[in-house]
Design a protein around this ligand. Structure first.
Ligand SMILES: C[S@@+](CC[C@H](N)C(=O)[O-])C[C@H]1O[C@@H](n2cnc3c(N)ncnc32)[C@H](O)[C@@H]1O
Ligand SMILES: [Zn+2]
Length: 393
């Protein structure tokens, strides 16, 4: 394996292309590996472990994991080493060199017996599973270059009843409102180029997946979702149920945003009325997922199981715990947020501390919380005009 070097990520040894550690944007050749996606993979290890705790209490199937766009096997091999309940890991990619590296790494970690490798087009790989639901994959991960949209139906057809799908999207310009026609075509909704467009993007991935799933008689429900500058990522439980799939529209809606005064609200019904504060035209985002984003009981179990006591005290784990802690308190039924700087610029003052703002807003009778989507983000059911009144003094 010329030009590949060994590294350790989490508890797993990985053979990675040397140039992926040297160049700012990880190259596609000889194979793709993004060292900056470590946090993304770290979070997924926690979520898969906690999801399978509950899953394996309810089902007695063999637990399988499919890394559909496996690359050099970073996520799949970490699952093989760090998620003990998974007994078979399928790692697929179209790049032969990537799969060769993944096989070598499996040997380095002594997990080659539970790994199955394939060199296949992603949808061919996914739909090659038996049609019986209990023989499909328990967890399927989809981590494409760019948009996951063309592959969603294949993933839904490959996952077991009550299994989990995890999906990454990196088409940030499309999902953040720069290319609206493309967004509508790929995600069945419009985005909005605003301070909270990363949350809108995440919600568009969920809504478009939920709509495709509903057509197949599958109901998907978010367990977790997060984003950073380069990607959006969602974890959805997929259950077979026509009656639940019929209810998909209960969780879909529209955000209306006034770029003149900063007012914003959301509703399940599409309307193009004017901003009640300044009479300007509202910009509309959606349809998108307006339901909750996190299964808080699973996430609080995760915190209890993996972050209690002195178990995980190093800096890196502290950061991950912080992310999960914020999600527990986050008002995830509000599909947008405000930012401390945005409020300060409206008030023509310097930005106040987020914790002080939250306290004041709650004391005024509204709900308020932090959000994992932005360190200076404020989730609240107060409107921009309410916020300005509350914080003026
Ligand atoms: C973003 S990378 C995956 C990274 C990997 N999940 C990780 O954590 O390191 C996308 C991968 O998809 C593979 N790929 C691209 N098109 C494909 C297709 N149609 N079928 C299967 N694999 C494909 C590429 O070779 C590349 O390794
Ligand atoms: Zn307005």
């Amino acid at each position: 394996m010329d030009n590949f070097i060994p590294i350790t990520e989490g508890q797993t040894k990985l053979l990675v292309p040397q140039n992926s550690l040297q160049e700012k944007v990880p190259p596609h050749f000889p194979a793709f590996f993004n060292p900056l996606a470590k946090l993304n993979r770290d979070l997924s290890i926690y979520i898969y472990n906690i999801f399978l705790n509950e899953y394996s209490n309810n089902k007695n199937n063999q637990i399988t994991f499919a890394d559909a766009f496996g690359g050099i096997g970073a996520r799949g091999l970490r699952v093989a080493v760090e998620v003990p309940k998974v007994s078979k890991i399928y790692i697929n990619d179209i790049n032969e060199l990537a799969i060769t590296a993944a096989k070598e790494s499996a040997l380095l970690n002594n997990v080659n017996e539970k790994c199955i490798f394939s060199l296949n087009e992603v949808c061919k790989f996914l739909i090659s599973r038996p049609t019986e639901r209990n023989k499909r994959f328990t967890i399927v991960d989809l981590d494409p270059f760019g948009s996951p949209s063309p592959f969603i139906e294949c993933v839904l057809r490959a996952v077991e009843d009550d299994g989990l799908i995890s999906i990454t999207a990196t088409d940030t310009a499309v999902l953040s409102g720069i290319y609206q026609k493309v967004c509508l075509r790929k995600y069945f909704g419009l985005s909005i180029n605003s301070i909270y467009s990363n949350e809108v993007a995440t919600r568009l991935i969920i809504s478009s997946t939920a709509l495709i799933a509903a057509r197949l008689g599958i109901y998907v429900f978010p367990i977790y979702a997060h984003s950073n500058r380069h990607y959006f990522r969602v974890y959805l439980k997929a259950s077979i149920s026509n009656s639940m799939a019929n209810k998909v529209f209960d969780n879909l809606g529209y955000i209306k945003h006034c770029f003149n005064c900063g007012e914003r609200n959301f509703s399940n019904i599409y309307s193009t009325d004017l901003c009640p504060i300044c009479n300007s035209k509202f910009h509309v985002a959606g349809q998108l997922w307006t339901g909750k984003l996190f299964d808080k009981s699973i996430i609080s179990n995760l915190i209890k199981n993996y972050f209690s006591g002195n178990f995980n005290n190093d800096k890196k784990n502290h950061h991950i715990k912080q992310i999960f802690d914020i999600s527990i308190e986050e008002l995830d039924d509000m599909p947008y947020y405000f930012s401390v700087d945005e409020i300060a610029s409206k008030l023509k003052t310097s930005p106040k501390k987020l914790s002080q703002i939250i306290e004041k807003v709650i004391c005024s009778g509204y709900r308020a919380s932090r959000t994992i989507f932005r360190p200076t983000g404020l989730k609240t059911n107060a409107s921009m005009s309410d916020l300005l009144c509350i914080l003026k003094n």
